[in-house]
Write a protein that binds this ligand. Structure first.
Ligand SMILES: CCCCCCCCCCCCCCCC(=O)SCCNC(=O)CCNC(=O)[C@H](O)C(C)(C)COP(=O)(O)OP(=O)(O)OC[C@H]1O[C@@H](n2cnc3c(N)ncnc32)[C@H](O)[C@@H]1OP(=O)(O)O
Ligand SMILES: Cc1cc2nc3c(=O)[nH]c(=O)nc-3n(C[C@H](O)[C@H](O)[C@H](O)COP(=O)(O)OP(=O)(O)OC[C@H]3O[C@@H](n4cnc5c(N)ncnc54)[C@H](O)[C@@H]3O)c2cc1C
Length: 631
């Protein structure tokens, strides 16, 4: 059947709420979301089997993105779709995949790694998987409270199976973390299997439809063949066959970090669309006292808050794609047995996931503030986008922890540079910095990119020197590292920013040759604005580490303000170009027709507190007091 999938989904009535989700209880929210999740899953399965076909070339992303409108919060099957299947596809052997990856599988799964006691330091995970060669089984066990799994999405009520990260023990030897497929609920009754204690963890700041859960195992047995065995094997006699690289087990985290960059770009484009459209409708204060009130988008300070959000959305879209292609390339190499590029990919994914999530949540909040009081309404959808976005700063590798991973990579190259050993081309600027081969500052995108590289070199040097000084003072390496960690994270952050600027600028220049001249001009304005914005934000660092002067900074400021004025006439067009449907934006402030106040009043009328002209609490609580006072 040929179907235009967007319209198809939009026309499924059960997917769209009459009562806004905010008015539902915790339990009702979940039940409402799970009903919708299985309708969406059915559509995805029909797409997969070809029972329905796509007629809209953008549909694969739209099926995913339209979910934001359907759930407003989050699809409780997000981890099932996004992590459970992809981990099996990446980490299970061909035979396991043939058995488990059936489109009509009964398994609803999740990815179970974090424990009550350990999230970041996964080597500290306490759940064990002990091989019993007499029965050819692993015994999954939760030795103590801190080892209870805690957080996995969909675990609370929905999943009947999961991928569990546990410490593998064979004949008393621990071989570290491995992934195991475990059934946790009966496929028919959905009751927890014997030896399984599972439940939901309660309300959170966001993600409240995701039924994040807890899980404990009491000597729960699974077949040996349920360990994911593409890269590593346990044979029938208990022989352990090592992986080619001991971090291949962490592959799902790497992939999700890469995917998240594009997802965050999308969240940013939603926030920008709402805030820019609202700012074009909203009038507040005249600029000159004898003039009518102006669109708030005409205030230059408002443009400063919003245009960086539009630009950042493009940055993360471009860099997300760039990382996706790198991931594909490196995965193909790994498949051929070549692990050489994995450390670089890991280092890039760590700092870019950290900075993209931090930028996205800060900019979504900036968009909310830019909408004044109305941005604080749930009906603006900005609070929900913020709650969703800020979670990404923590999950899938916490911000600081990931920056410190990238710092290990930077310090390695600085050590090479300091010891005058050969460096890869992309770190040649470390050597230039050491030799004081500083370029004369240029007030141009290329000049700013060079300036950011000087900041990376200068901050890595400072962190490295502190580390060395701590070591000379007799500290052990780990302690010396901890003492230098503020500087190390600063170096990583600078590295991420320099990558973002360089990749975005180069990709934009290339893209500009392929599009119309007028479009190329706007794209380059956005890219230049991004670079200027961050150069001005980091002008202190530029003064410390590059050859920029005070006059240069003043010139940058003027150019930045010029760019705001140049972008202003295209601002609404730029967010319209994100092409996000009203049903997905779910915002009274950001709808395409600009009927902000009418929509706000319509939404307010849905409040249960407006159902009765006089609420019964008046008779119960208010009247007895007010009447007594009157007497
Ligand atoms: C349709 C679908 C759309 C989807 C659209 C997206 C939306 C998606 C929404 C998701 C919704 C929420 C989903 C949340 C899901 C969770 O949150 S799942 C849980 C995630 N948990 C984490 O990320 C934990 C973070 N912690 C870690 O990753 C590790 O503990 C750390 C920090 C990397 C350290 O690991 P470790 O084993 O202690 O490592 P260590 O011994 O210190 O060695 C580090 C060495 O290993 C290397 N290394 C570490 N990791 C790796 C790696 N992965 N690769 C290569 N090398 C590595 C380092 O480079 C370092 O190398 P050297 O410098 O020594 O040469
Ligand atoms: C919405 C949401 C969904 C999630 N979904 C899942 C899921 O599906 N599956 C799953 O397994 N997990 C999931 N998680 C868990 C998530 O992966 C962890 O919360 C995350 O990895 C951070 O670990 P933590 O909570 O233990 O924080 P902690 O590691 O305890 O961090 C607390 C603080 O300590 C600091 N810190 C920790 N270690 C260091 C260090 N070495 N150096 C310097 N500072 C350090 C951190 O920077 C932070 O400031 C989810 C979490 C959230 C919020």
């Amino acid at each position: 059947m040929m179907i235009h999938t967007n319209n198809y989904i939009l026309n499924i009535k059960e997917l769209w709420d009459d009562v806004p989700e905010e008015y539902l209880s915790h339990k009702e929210r979940y039940e409402n979301a799970i009903k919708k999740a299985f309708i969406v899953l059915k559509v995805l399965r029909q797409l997969h089997t070809g029972n329905i076909q796509i007629t809209d070339h953008r549909t694969p992303t739209n099926v995913y993105s339209i979910q934001d409108g359907i759930f407003r919060n989050v699809n409780p099957l997000l981890i099932h779709i996004g992590l459970f299947w992809s981990t099996i596809a990446a980490q299970a052997s061909t035979e396991q995949q043939a058995e488990w990856l059936q489109p009509d599988s009964s398994m609803i799964g999740t990815y179970v790694q974090t424990e009550l006691g350990h999230g970041s330091f996964i080597r500290g995970i306490e759940t064990t998987a002990t091989y019993d060669s007499t029965t050819d089984e692993f015994i999954l066990h939760t030795p103590r409270l801190s080892a209870y799994k805690w957080w996995p999405g969909g675990l609370g009520n929905t999943a009947n199976a999961c991928l569990v990260m546990a410490q593998l023990y064979i004949n008393g030897t621990c071989h570290g973390l491995h992934i195991f497929l475990a059934q946790i609920r009966d496929f028919d009754t959905h009751k927890p299997l014997p030896g399984i204690k599972v439940g939901e963890i309660g309300p959170k700041m966001g993600f409240n439809t995701a039924d994040n859960g807890f899980l404990g195992f009491d000597n729960h047995r699974i077949p040996r063949t349920n360990m994911l065995m593409k890269n590593v094997q346990v044979l029938r006699d208990g022989t352990y066959v090592k992986p080619k690289h001991d971090k291949l087990t962490y592959g799902s985290m790497l992939l999700t970090r890469v995917t998240l960059i594009s997802d965050l770009a999308y969240q940013l484009s939603k926030a920008a669309t709402i805030a820019v459209r609202y700012s074009a409708v909203r009038r507040q204060s005249p600029i000159k006292s004898n003039e009518p009130e102006r669109q708030i988008l005409d205030f230059v300070s408002q443009q400063h808050k919003l245009f960086i959000t539009i630009a950042s959305s493009h940055v993360y879209r471009v860099v997300g794609l760039w990382m996706w292609n790198s991931h594909k390339r490196v995965t193909a190499d790994i498949h051929e047995g070549n692990m050489g590029q994995l450390p670089e990919l890991h280092a890039l994914a760590c700092c870019l996931k950290a900075i993209s999530s931090r930028d996205a949540s800060a900019l979504v909040e900036q968009c909310r503030l830019a909408c004044g009081g109305h941005g604080y309404m749930m009906a603006s959808n900005l609070p929900q986008i913020y709650a969703y976005t800020t979670a990404a700063v923590t999950y899938e590798g916490e911000y600081t922890v990931l920056l410190l991973q990238t710092a290990r990579y930077l310090v390695k190259f600085w050590r090479l540079a300091a010891e005058h050993k050969p460096l890869p081309q992309n770190f040649a600027y470390f050597e230039d910095y050491i030799k004081k081969n500083f370029e004369q500052w240029r007030n141009s995108p290329e000049g700013i990119i060079e300036g950011f590289k000087a900041i990376v070199a200068g901050k890595t040097k400072a962190a490295y020197d502190t580390l060395q000084c701590n070591l000379r003072n007799g500290r052990e390496f780990e302690e010396a590292w901890n003492m230098a960690s503020v500087q190390l994270t600063n170096a990583s952050e600078a590295y991420a920013r320099s990558l973002l600027c360089e990749v975005f600028w180069k990709e934009t220049v290339q893209l500009s040759t392929k599009v119309s001249k007028s479009l190329a001009i706007v794209l380059e304005q956005l890219a230049e604005l991004y670079l200027m914005y961050w150069a001005l934000e980091k002008h202190g660092d530029l003064l410390l580490y590059s050859t920029i002067s005070r006059n240069d900074i003043e010139a940058l400021q003027s150019r930045y303000e010029e760019l705001l004025a140049l972008i202003r006439p295209n601002a609404v067009g730029l967010v319209d170009a994100f092409d996000i449907r009203d049903e997905v934006l779910c915002s009274t402030l950001g709808a395409y027709d600009g009927r902000v106040y009418e929509r706000m009043m319509e939404e307010a009328s849905k409040s249960p507190l407006n159902e009765d002209v006089v609420n019964e609490s008046f008779h119960k609580y208010i009247r007895p007091v007010t009447m007594k006072n009157k007497l």
